[in-house]
Design a protein. Sequence first.
Length: 93
Amino acid sequence: MNETNSIDIIIYYLAFINLLAFFVYGLDKLKAKRGSWRISEATLLLLAAIGGSIGAWYGMKVWHHKTLHRKFRYGVPLLFLIQVTLCIFMASK
């Protein structure tokens, strides 16, 4: 596989995982309003940790969800900064 294909795969993956994170945060908010079963906080944070930090952060803002929880309010932006730092480090090699 050449470098262009690898970059394309990474871009598609990041687009997918961020859209998924965004909609999962919205789904959890809807379920919270309805008093239904919930998506675990561990799952929500995992989505951010595996590359969906932008979608998670945007989902928090749009859906007004988990914004008062410290581990989300600070954790999701921290995950984003770590991911950006890793991307910059990997791109510089």
